[in-house]
Write a protein that binds this ligand. Structure first.
Ligand code: CTP
Ligand code: MG
Length: 235
């Protein structure tokens, strides 16, 4: 299913794909995670609203859970977004959902941002940081945070080794890519990919690392939802 919304109809240089098609199994509620209630409205509303107001984003495509395309469109209308141009049905995996949304991206797009709806507190600062390396010859950019805990590799229920953490980071979204780079990466084998940067890395291309944001935590469990709700209130 694919719905084209009114929107402004303007297809600019920078497109944002919001992947919201996951089932939210670990959250364990009666609806997909994108429609969990955060501050009195669906979780998806937060990132849609914030991306729509971002001056560097020209057009937005939403990948909605199958059967939830209509509520996603209604939500976009209620929010009076001006940049949401299309809402597509997501796929079986995150990468499949990105692929489905990418189909809607104009051939004229220069840059594509991919963002998890499960990270509602996206802001202009991190968007600016991931866009910047693309003008310095990078193919993509990822926001990251350091790893604070000691890391162990486990085999058969026991510790096999302690992994040095100095060169490890946690990757977040939004991730930014030159549009042709992401198009090409999505044409290949996407199995097992939990983010888009890994697809671009696999192709041997250059992905920059920029500072992430602790407020961009991903809602996975009910405790995360409560935490994000508290963070949203404190802003
Ligand atoms: N996602 C998607 N399509 C899928 C799977 C995931 O668009 N088939 C999106 C989710 O909606 C989310 C992001 O990818 O915004 C990160 O995925 P995750 O946090 O794992 O969300 P879910 O897959 O919904 O959660 P769970 O793994 O607990 O089922
Ligand atoms: Mg998942």
């Amino acid at each position: 299913m694919r719905e084209t919304l009114g929107g402004s109809g303007v297809a600019g240089a920078t497109w944002a794909l919001v992947v919201a098609a996951g089932s939210g199994e670990r959250l364990g509620i009666d609806r997909p995670k994108a429609f969990a209630v955060l501050g009195g409205r669906p979780l998806l509303a937060e990132s849609l609203d914030r991306l729509d107001r971002c001056p560097w984003v020209d057009a937005i495509v939403v990948a909605a859970p199958v059967g939830w395309e209509e509520p996603a469109i209604l939500l976009s209308e209620e929010l009076a977004t001006t940049k949401v141009v299309s809402c597509v049905s997501g796929g079986a995996t995150r990468a499949d959902s990105v692929r489905a949304a990418f189909v809607e991206v104009s051939d004229e797009a220069l840059v594509v941002l991919v963002h998890d709806a499960a990270r509602p507190l996206v802001d202009d600062g991190v968007i600016e940081r991931v866009l910047e390396p693309l003008s310095r010859g990078f193919d993509g950019a990822v926001p990251t945070l350091p790893v604070d805990d000691t890391l162990k590799r486990v085999e058969d229920g026991r510790v096999a080794e302690t992994v040095p953490r100095e060169r490890l980071v946690r990757a977040q979204t939004p991730q930014a890519f030159l549009a042709p780079v992401l198009r090409h990466a999505l044409e290949g084998d996407v199995s097992g990919a939990t983010d888009c940067a890994s697809l671009v890395e696999r192709a041997g291309l250059r992905v920059a690392v920029v500072e992430g944001d602790p407020r961009l935590l991903k809602v996975t469990t009910p405790a995360d939802l409560a935490l994000v709700e508290a963070l949203a209130r404190s802003s």
